[in-house]
Design a protein around this ligand. Structure first.
Ligand SMILES: NC(=O)c1ccc[n+]([C@@H]2O[C@H](COP(=O)([O-])OP(=O)(O)OC[C@H]3O[C@@H](n4cnc5c(N)ncnc54)[C@H](O)[C@@H]3O)[C@@H](O)[C@H]2O)c1
Length: 303
């Protein structure tokens, strides 16, 4: 299979590509390396297209040349504080970039399956496990751009009949993280020798899923070629507090870590809970997450 991964040089993309390559898929990447890193993936230069998905002509030309059978669309900007500061850039990349890609897929005619990386940020503030059928009401520009991406993907499916999977990722963690989310932030401070670390709000709980579990889940979803149009949550199905995450670092370092709240890092609008109901994806594919927060953090610390 010829598989194209947009945003493939990024954090989650690099984990998916490793999984695809284990199965000897022919993998191609489009990435402008704004956040990603070429060294995260071992892809020959003739399969790596360093281009911006906002450039319609270049995207159309690349797809015409690649003739992919499967397209996984991960290229986006998503660090919420960055998107809030740069709302036009976020919209341009996440919406116009998606429109360009879908147009190019229609033009090239080879694609049999499309996968869109969406996010739990499309949901409003909700307590308890969130099913895919929950109301959609993003709190921020990032969630809004991804909700538009979902709508564009559905419209694309209705127009072309190409099987389309929307996957709403919850909080990913693992190697190669590119944005200063909670876990890499703690890791960086701890690696710099700090044992009193500065963090934002300590109360929120998040559903952290390891990128190797995500890659396995996505691979399992892609096996269902005749799916039509389906939406899945992808999380671990367990919520962890900031304090539990710090405790996992303490356990592996065998040293105490003190947390100081840095008011600069405290978000004005914050969800206290973000937990996925993963019953749809588990019953559909048989996939189950296997990496615990503790194990995942241990591998991060060991490098
Ligand atoms: N990391 C998470 O916890 C998380 C949660 C929910 C959803 N997601 C979604 O998953 C996808 C991958 O996220 P990630 O964590 O790997 O992020 P990432 O920033 O590491 O990866 C995104 C990649 O897209 C590339 N990119 C950005 N703008 C581009 C452009 N204009 N043209 C071409 N390439 C461009 C970046 O260089 C990067 O390699 C994104 O769509 C994101 O919205 C991530």
């Amino acid at each position: 299979m010829r598989v194209l991964v947009t945003g493939g040089a990024g954090f989650i993309g690099s984990a998916i590509i490793q999984k695809l390559q284990e199965k000897a898929d022919e993998v191609f990447v489009i990435d402008n390396l704004s956040f990603g890193n070429r060294s995260f993936i071992s892809i020959p230069d003739d399969r790596f297209y360093k281009l911006d998905i906002r450039n319609e002509a270049e995207v159309v030309e690349a797809l015409d040349e690649i003739q992919p059978e499967i397209v996984l669309h991960l290229a986006a900007i998503h660090f919420i504080p960055y998107c809030n500061k740069h709302p036009f850039e976020a919209s341009d990349i996440n919406i116009r970039g998606t429109m360009n890609l879908l147009k190019a897929i229609k033009a090239c005619g080879s694609v049999k399956q499309f996968f869109f990386a969406s996010t739990a940020a499309v949901y409003p503030i909700l307590d308890g496990p969130i099913p895919e059928t929950a109301e959609k009401k993003p709190l921020d520009i990032y969630g809004l751009t991804k909700l538009v991406g979902e709508e564009l993907s559905e419209k694309f499916h209705l127009e072309t009949g190409i099987p389309t999977i929307i996957c709403r990722f919850f909080n990913a963690f693992g190697p190669n993280e590119t944005n200063p989310h909670l876990i890499p932030e703690i890791q960086q401070q701890v690696n710099n020798g700090k044992r009193i670390i500065q963090l934002g709000n300590l109360d929120p709980k998040r559903d952290f899923i390891h990128t190797s579990d995500m890659a396995n889940a996505i691979d399992a979803l892609l096996q269902h070629v005749n799916m039509g149009f389906e939406i899945f949550n992808l999380g671990r199905g367990i919520e962890y507090s900031v304090v539990e995450v710090v405790k996992a670092f303490e356990a592996h370092l065998d040293e105490a870590i003190e947390i100081e709240v840095d008011p600069e890092r405290v978000r004005k609008v914050e969800r206290m809970h973000l937990l996925s109901d993963i019953s749809k994806i588990t019953s559909f594919t048989g996939w189950k997450p296997v990496v615990s927060l503790e194990e995942g953090i241990e591998t991060l610390i060991r490098g």
